[in-house]
Design a protein around this ligand. Structure first.
Ligand code: G3P
Length: 215
């Protein structure tokens, strides 16, 4: 399973790249706003830091506006993926952008039939939002399982990005469900390294190493 970072924070992305574990990056307007920097200061730099797919989101409501924005975004770098909201107009834009070989990531997916429509429209990726479903007492990961079954049934090449990830448990469940990608906040990536038995095991080995008689 590929791991994307769900952030627009350049320091976090640099640290993730140094770990040699980041296959791509997803952003959204909320994540960009958090950086306190302009889009121009952040987006091109992300595409340089990570060679894998970088999702940048459009904000127009109509297909024409989305397509115009998408063409601009695609000009930033070859690895840009245009994030499009799951609406009727969004999927019209997705179909037309697919004809122009501009890859799209359909975002704000909360049902499997939405994912089916996005795949039929020609989306390269779909982003089911797991954490936000859990927040309203729905089992978010069931959605990923349903999408995976539908895509396998019909041989769709559209990749599933498990988004709105809140914990390492979400990453585990995404991997068990056979998702292609989990996009994770930097904090979750760091949490994934940690196990108390690993830490105590290292401490014990160090302690015992000191007891080995020296020549
Ligand atoms: O990339 C968008 C998605 O991951 C949002 O997550 O935490 O705002 O629900 P969250």
């Amino acid at each position: 399973m590929k791991i994307f970072l769900d952030t627009a924070d350049l320091d976090e992305i640099k640290q993730g790249v140094a770990m040699c574990l980041v296959d791509g990056v997803t952003t959204n307007p909320s994540l960009l706003a958090k950086t306190g920097k302009t889009f121009e200061q952040v987006a091109p730099e992300i595409t340089r830091l990570v060679s894998g797919p970088i999702s940048l989101e459009v904000i127009s409501d109509d297909a024409e506006g989305m397509i115009a924005e998408a063409r601009e975004l695609a000009r930033i770098a070859d690895n840009v993926v245009v994030k499009v909201p799951m609406t009727e107009q969004g999927l019209i834009a997705v179909a037309k952008l697919a004809d122009e070989n501009i890859p799209t990531n359909v975002t704000l997916i909360f049902s499997a039939v939405q994912a089916l429509l996005a795949a039929k429209a020609g989306a390269a990726y779909v982003s089911p939002f797991i954490g936000r479903l859990d927040d309203i007492s729905h089992e978010g990961m069931e959605l990923v399982e349903q999408i995976k079954t539908i895509f396998d049934n019909y041989g769709f090449g559209t990749e599933i990005i498990v988004a709105s990830v809140r914990s390492p448990l979400h990453v585990l469940e995404a991997a068990l469900a056979g998702a292609d990608i989990a996009t994770v906040p930097f904090k979750v990536l760091k949490q994934m390294f940690i196990h108390p038995l690993t830490a105590s095991g290292i401490a014990k080995f160090k302690e015992d190493y000191a007891k080995i008689p020296k020549r």
